[in-house]
Design a protein around this ligand. Structure first.
Ligand SMILES: [Zn+2]
Length: 317
């Protein structure tokens, strides 16, 4: 009895098929997770000198400090922050609020989520309830409350606040943020109906020394907050344009898989990262502060650009 001729051919073919499938899967994984080079051409940035002029117009006093109060931390593989094959080394990401302060008043930028959301969405470790409570109290005393963008880890401290009605008149949303507020940001329909949004299409001063700069990409409502301090230092809060200085040091964006999951404008975010590298390399008086960065922002605190925590401004009664 002889073996039918087709059987050995099938047996010889399957290693080839398996090899092709594995190669395709590896290539897809590499594209989705390990490569996110930044464009090399002229970066599409904003005009820093124009922003400086707008910020310093008039003779009203400039802010004296920018404080950072970290409410929570989470730890992710480097490859998920900046595309690479390094899934072993972990990077700490912070969830902070920022306070732009004058001697007798202040603005708060971003308001991280409450503990239950940290448990559900960010692994639940390293949550500082005292910091959350401190930020919640600081929000009640703020002149203005600004958001770098409309994601839950930046807004739920306001949307889920038991004092929302008290905060609402001082929440300054852009029209883009209001129109693209995701459901999990925590605002219900009544809350949103009571908020207004102003279009942000060019650098706009919101207080002496403080300029909002439109930076859509990570979300449609993303913006930078530029702060000119009275001592000549400058701070640029860039929200989630990049997640870390790791992205700037290595000139690499977020993995494509995450950009797709987040619904980002990929071209815009990669161009923004390149423009931020140019700024970082050319402007020694400017601290670039990604919201979730830990290590480099700590070095900015040591260098005096940022304060750790908020200054004690009495909350409104
Ligand atoms: Zn974020």
């Amino acid at each position: 009895m002889t073996t039918p001729p087709s059987a050995p051919r099938r047996r010889r073919r399957w290693p080839i098929v398996l090899g092709v499938v594995l190669a395709l899967l590896t290539a897809a994984f590499a594209v989705l997770f390990t490569r996110a080079p930044l464009p090399l051409g002229a970066p599409r940035g904003f005009d820093l000198n124009l922003v400086r002029t707008i910020a310093r117009a008039g003779d009203a006093p400039l802010p004296t400090s920018v404080g950072r109060w970290v409410v929570a931390r989470a730890h992710y593989p480097r490859a998920l922050v900046g595309a690479s094959w390094d899934f072993v080394t972990h990077i700490t990401m912070t969830f902070p609020a920022f306070q732009i302060a004058w001697p007798d008043h202040y603005i708060v930028v971003d308001a991280p989520h409450e503990r239950a959301t940290h448990d559900d969405r960010f692994g639940g470790r390293d949550y500082d309830q005292a910091a959350y409570d401190g930020v919640a109290q600081a929000l009640r005393g703020a002149d203005q409350i600004l958001f770098t963008h409309e994601h839950l880890d930046h807004v739920r401290g306001v949307s889920r606040s038991p004092h929302f009605a008290e905060l609402a008149p001082r929440v300054r949303l852009t029209q883009q943020q209001l129109e693209h507020m995701p459901a999990d940001a925590g605002f219900d329909a009544d809350q949103l109906a009571g908020l207004s949004g102003t279009p942000l299409t060019e650098p706009t001063r919101v207080a002496p020394g403080v300029v909002l700069i439109p930076a859509p990409g990570h979300t449609p409502g993303s913006l930078y907050v530029y702060v000119a301090l009275a001592n000549g230092q400058e701070v640029l809060l860039v929200g989630d344009a990049v997640w870390s200085h790791h992205n700037l040091t290595r000139a690499v964006g977020r993995p494509l898989a995450l950009a797709l999951a987040l619904g980002e404008d990929r071209e815009a975010t990669l161009a923004q990262a390149r423009a931020l590298i140019t700024l970082r390399d050319s402007q020694p008086t400017l601290a670039i502060v990604p919201a979730h960065d830990d290590l480099t922002v700590k070095s900015y605190v040591r260098a005096g650009f940022l304060r750790s925590g908020f200054v004690r401004v009495p909350a409104r009664p």
